[in-house]
Design a protein around this ligand. Structure first.
Ligand code: GRF
Length: 214
């Protein structure tokens, strides 16, 4: 049976769309957002996927909204949670509860450039290489065990917008690859070590993705 994946978003949801349209070995069982106006929600509904939207106003505080979100995730009991531009800081008990079953995509070659504004910072720092990472989520900001990365060479004089667009195109390939390989049992976590089957090693190589550990 397909792995049931819950995608959590806050905005445009382009990675969510890529996860939906490239689903292999998994299905998107629900999409949840902490922003009712997130553009990605409408697309998910159009694709016939169950959506859940939360607004801090309705819950009285961000803290109460977070509690409601964590409860809903518990009810949904997904096999995997894929954060895709989800902009709420996760509480430690939530991360602990889902450790090993929650992943994120980040627009930099971690551990370089955690946090926001990665494309501007890559340009300002004169990085010759930039890209994106998919990682398991731990209690830190973009610090969890890295599953895979896709890398590109920055171009001289390239604008932040152009660089962001090129990285996003890589994200749209990398994230479905990672989820499909987890779903197939080809990628898994042991403690803080990411493990890969031979199939994952060879498909990462043919896609041009870098993987970590062994
Ligand atoms: C992506 O760049 C992702 O790496 C980051 O947030 C952005 C979300 O974009 N975590 P989208 O909503 O998937 O289009």
């Amino acid at each position: 049976m397909d792995l049931r994946v819950l995608v959590m978003i806050s905005g445009r949801g382009s990675n969510m769309r890529s996860l939906i349209s490239n689903a292999r070995n998994y299905s998107i069982s629900a999409v949840l957002s902490n922003k009712p106006e997130a553009a990605g929600l409408e697309h998910a509904r159009g694709a016939g996927i169950q959506t859940y939207a939360f607004a801090s106003g309705e819950h009285g505080s961000v803290k109460a909204m977070k509690r409601a979100i964590w409860e809903k995730v518990g009810e949904l009991a997904p096999d995997l949670i894929a954060l895709a531009g989800f902009m709420l800081i996760l509480d430690q008990d939530f991360v602990d509860r889902w450790y090993g079953k929650i992943i994120n995509i980040h627009p930099s070659l971690l551990p370089e450039l955690p946090g926001l504004g990665t494309h501007r910072r890559a340009i300002e720092a004169g990085h010759a290489a930039h890209g994106c990472s998919v990682h398991y989520v731990d209690g830190g900001v973009d610090t969890g065990p890295i599953i895979a990365q896709a890398r590109l060479a920055t171009a001289a004089g390239e604008s932040e917008e152009d660089l962001a667009g090129r990285v996003l195109a890589l994200e749209h390939r990398l994230y479905p690859w990672a989820v499909a390989n987890i779903a197939a049992g080809f990628v898994w976590l042991e403690g803080r070590d990411v493990k890969y089957s031979r199939e994952a090693v060879s498909s990462a190589k043919s896609e041009g993705f870098e993987i970590f550990g062994g």
